[in-house]
Design a protein around this ligand. Sequence first.
Ligand code: UDP
Length: 283
Amino acid sequence: MSENSDASFEMALPAAYRPSVEATGLKRSDSLVRARLGGIQTARVTRSQLADIMLEDVQSARAGLLRLPRVIVASNGSVIARYHSDPQFRALIDAADLVDPDGMPLVLASRLLWKRPLTERVATTDFIHDACRVAVEQGLRFYFLGARPGVADRAADRLRALHPGVQIVGSRHGYFGADEEEEICATVRSSGADVLWLGLGSPAQESFAIRRRASLAGLGWIRTCGGMFDHYTGLVPRAPQWMQNAGLEWLHRSMLEPARLGVRYLKTNPAAVWHLLTKSYER
Ligand code: UDP
């Protein structure tokens, strides 16, 4: 599908991509090709390209060339469904600097509809390894914020064991009130972190990232990461590889938490499929 036939939908979309006005100079992420997937401007990016962009943005931030951190968020079926049903959430996603294709259904939709499909998904739980490799080589520093008490600490320990030398300079649980946000941001800043990994669940993490980016000036990236910390402590096992490849990770998560996630996916999946099939444009 290459033409957008729905004019009102077109009007409601953000300008193709708004590079951070705060940034000076052209960064690679500004020139990235984006395509609309389920209505959301999504970067055509691989995991290793994204890790390179992270490095460039951190280097720019360290050189004082990036006034505010870039906000990087992930798109999947639930995000697409919410994007079209919740105007506030839509505004948050539109305000992000880069949306990457986290969900396998997005890759499958691109294979079905496009001449040049996406080459791979950028699952945050996998991308963290690409990011850690670059961080070890280049001395980047990470801060983990989110999940229940102790979980982000344990995830940090696990990643330090997998990537010796990776600097995870601080971590904190994700259960706090609005009145604590400013102090948390000050702690993150003073930790010397370059990248804040933010796993508060959606839409809290997207909201925190956009609302608080000014309080996090000096960092290169704020990267939302959903339940990633839980995966690295073994609290929530990942789906078997065949389910991931078939775009069925949601089914695995539904089986683990039927009351919360089964019900959610029953509602969001049909909407996500509809938006993917009717609002995915290759250019
Ligand atoms: N979480 C948090 N603070 C909250 C609510 C949730 O840190 O106030 C964490 C929760 O412990 C889990 C993550 O956010 O680690 C949510 O992960 P999930 O993948 O379920 O996110 P969702 O799919 O709901 O966006």
